[in-house]
Ligand binder design. Sequence first.
Ligand SMILES: C[S@@+](CC[C@H](N)C(=O)[O-])C[C@H]1O[C@@H](n2cnc3c(N)ncnc32)[C@H](O)[C@@H]1O
Length: 274
Amino acid sequence: MNISESDFQFITKLVKELSAIALEPGKEYLVESRINPLAQKEGFASIEELVKKLRSEPQNGLRNKVVEVMTTNETSFFRDIHPFETLKNFVLPELIEKREKTRELNIWCGASSSGQEPYSFAMLIKENFPQLDSWKIKYIATDISDEMLKRCRDGIYSQLEINRGLPAAMMVKYFERQGTEWRVKEDLRKMVDFRYTNLSENWPYMPPMDLVMVRNVLIYFDVEMKKQILGKIKKLMRPDGYFFLGAAETTLNLDESFERMNYKQSGCYRLRQG
Ligand SMILES: C[S@@+](CC[C@H](N)C(=O)[O-])C[C@H]1O[C@@H](n2cnc3c(N)ncnc32)[C@H](O)[C@@H]1O
């Protein structure tokens, strides 16, 4: 199946409208390789037929399926490790000290994909900060993909996914075997409130955040959208809160209100003071 120029343009415009994901010219192969299996699954003879349906029935649920397949859900447990070390050694100890009186922490993981990131952080808390058991922790994790949100809530991972970054001791402690797969134990699953949020639209209410992780998703957006999202993150954060971006991402030349912390390769920011 080859994608025509006009079908490519139609798909990229649709995906941008619905998710802000920017697919530049040159990404024809990517679009083709993702839409082709969807076309087959949905019973269309070709990508052309699928696009015809989308053009004739703009409100069809097929649009969301197109967005779903065009999202990149690559993730792993304790991805890039440095942010988690920074959280453990510097950020959480400081926040715990500062919030000692209220004993409340609000945490948001935007773009949680299949859940490895929020569960990694939940395990990090359990392992290293048992005193937080008696705190009021509001931990929200969001994504645009309903399929990914279901995976997050189910918390079921293949052996291959487990092997990507999860230490064996943590697997034994926080997961239970389910056939050939592993399921996050209920008490860890209950720590995280998984919700739908499209970063490119108006966000539903969230409380002021002490900690925000929006990692490895801004890379898919254009400069204007990155600026808008950073602006909204800034408003959502408590003045002394922390923000983590992915290793290949930066606030530089996008929003000067963020100050990069000097914790090696961890993509850790806070709001510039004063
Ligand atoms: C590459 S994954 C990153 C997962 C995780 N944060 C990590 O760093 O491992 C990107 C995620 O962003 C989500 N995403 C893409 N566009 C989005 C949007 N407009 N709003 C919310 N989530 C979006 C995708 O569904 C996908 O799960």
